[in-house]
Design a protein around this ligand. Structure first.
Ligand code: GDP
Ligand code: IMO
Ligand code: MG
Length: 429
């Protein structure tokens, strides 16, 4: 019995979707526990690409149960759109295959309006959010004024919440942000319409998981975002509004910590980041462009060009500690093919002092100078490698350095976007 949590160790887009899809073959239930449709998880199966924003990446396997936990903020428009496009691809998403926690928070049009208007108002200081209303929705959760999935099943409650909330939101939107106010009636009408379709999916996910555990089912927890986007542990304030770390799987799905048996961190073989914020190993030169182009580093949600840089093991080391990583999956190793030399950041120098973890202060982060270990690159195509022996010596040395410096064993190496383009080193199940 081995329930596994998959988390991002950098700033998101590490390839969590691909790894979750891969591991789903060995699991019975796949549950997301935080975030919302700021996530964009890409899978390539038999040459066909799927991008999921809210539905767990396990949905392509017919006999697996997918669950959206209470820790999420769910935009019903996006959820319905995703169910619809899966149907077009021949995958019928019925309530026996997908559950939505009755306690999940619902993203409302005013959350999106506030997110967008706030970013405009911030101007040059903007966070570079995905504009999906994620932050404002989590704010309402903490303020205890949020609309939850269960409210979709009670029209009176929904109407009251929308009416009361809009009074405050419209005041903020118009008087402070200089944006347009929103009308309550069309919002209520649309949400009631969507509620009708979604009601059969709404359940108590915690109870469902408990029943699964009793029946010896294996659960896979699918993290979104990454550890350095964590609201507590990330590069605050350039972070998202949830906890994308392993510890949050318990609170966001409704299970106890004793039920988590393996924490797998996903590590991209280099570093990327979308949106603003500190990035010590960022490359703004030709090498950065090479990685960006070869890795097709464009956001799966917003289409923005991702900033690229060398692998930062200070960042990954922080993640190993914060998540309690049992193993790491290294993804996109193939993207580095063709570079003569590779750098791995093994520490930061701040005003002459060497540090091995990222400081909290933005000012100090701006002073960090990366300390690099230089490694030899390789020129061979590695996308057809299916075991470690088929990798060039230099690629194996690169992986060994990651393993030694982070002191976390590698369980998976990914050498291409496809499900089969994978080296399974050690099975977490
Ligand atoms: P996630 O948000 O962590 O699930 O990652 P994304 O899906 O946003 O971004 C990862 C991108 O890299 C996707 O387009 C994947 O199809 C692709 N990808 C995943 N693993 C590999 C790999 O090993 N090699 C290459 N070349 N692409 C990969
Ligand atoms: P996946 O799950 C990469 C980033 C945004 C922005 C910051 C805050 O695909 O790895 P938000 O809309 O959450 O308030 O934006 O967080 N961000 C992501 N970056 N991958 C993601 O998800 C992200 N989700 C949010 O770009 O910098
Ligand atoms: Mg992504």
């Amino acid at each position: 019995m081995s329930n596994t949590v998959v988390v991002g160790t950098q700033w998101g887009d590490e390839g969590k979707g691909k790894v979750v899809d891969l591991l789903t073959a060995r699991a019975d239930m796949v549950v997301r526990f935080q975030g919302g449709n700021n996530a964009g998880h890409t899978l390539v199966v038999e040459g066909k690409q799927f991008i999921f924003h809210i539905v767990p990446s396990g949905i392509l396997y017919e006999d697996k149960k997918c669950l959206i936990g209470n820790g999420l903020v769910v935009d019903p428009e996006v959820l319905l759109e995703e169910i619809k496009s899966l149907k077009q691809a021949g995958i019928e998403v019925t309530p026996d295959r997908l559950s939505l926690s009755e306690k999940a928070q619902i993203i409302m049009p005013y959350h999106k309006a506030i997110d967008l208007a706030r970013e405009v108002a911030k101007g040059r200081d903007k966070i570079g959010t995905t504009g999906r209303g994620i932050g404002p929705c989590y704010e309402d959760k903490a303020a205890r004024t949020g609309v939850r999935a269960v409210d979709l099943t009670e029209p009176d409650t929904l109407e009251e919440k929308i009416t009361v909330n809009l009074k405050e939101k419209n005041f903020y939107l118009t008087s402070f942000l200089g944006a347009e106010p929103l009308d309550a009636q069309p919002i209520l009408d649309r949400y009631l319409e969507m509620a009708e379709i979604l009601t059969p999916f709404i359940t108590d996910v915690s109870v469902e998981l408990a029943e699964g555990l009793k029946a010896n089912k294996r659960i896979l927890f699918e993290g979104a975002q990454g550890t350095h986007l964590d609201i507590d542990h990330g590069t605050y304030p350039f972070v998202t509004s949830s906890n994308p770390i392993s510890g949050a799987a318990c609170a966001g799905a409704g299970i106890g910590p004793g039920q988590l048996h393996h924490v797998m961190g996903i590590v991209k073989a280099y570093t990327t980041r979308v949106g603003a914020g500190p990035f010590v190993t960022e490359l703004t030169d030709k090498t950065g462009d090479y990685i960006q182009e070869r890795g097709a580093e464009f956001g799966a949600t917003t289409g923005r060009r991702r900033r690229c840089g060398w692998l930062d093991l200070v960042v990954v080391g922080d993640s190993a500690r914060i998540n309690g990583l049992n193993s790491v999956a290294i993804t996109k190793l193939d993207v580095l093919t063709g570079l003569e030399k590779l750098n791995i950041c093994v520490g930061y120098e701040i005003e002459g002092k060497l540090v091995d973890h990222r400081p909290a202060s933005l000012r100090k982060q701006a002073l960090c100078i990366p300390v690099y270990k230089e490694m030899e690159g390789w020129q061979e195509d590695i996308t057809r490698a299916r075991n470690m022996d088929q990798l060039p010596d230099q690629a194996r040395a690169y992986l060994k350095a990651i393993e030694e410096i982070t002191a976390v064993p590698i369980s998976i190496v990914s050498v291409g976007p496809g499900r089969e383009e994978t080296i399974l080193v050690q099975d977490p199940f």
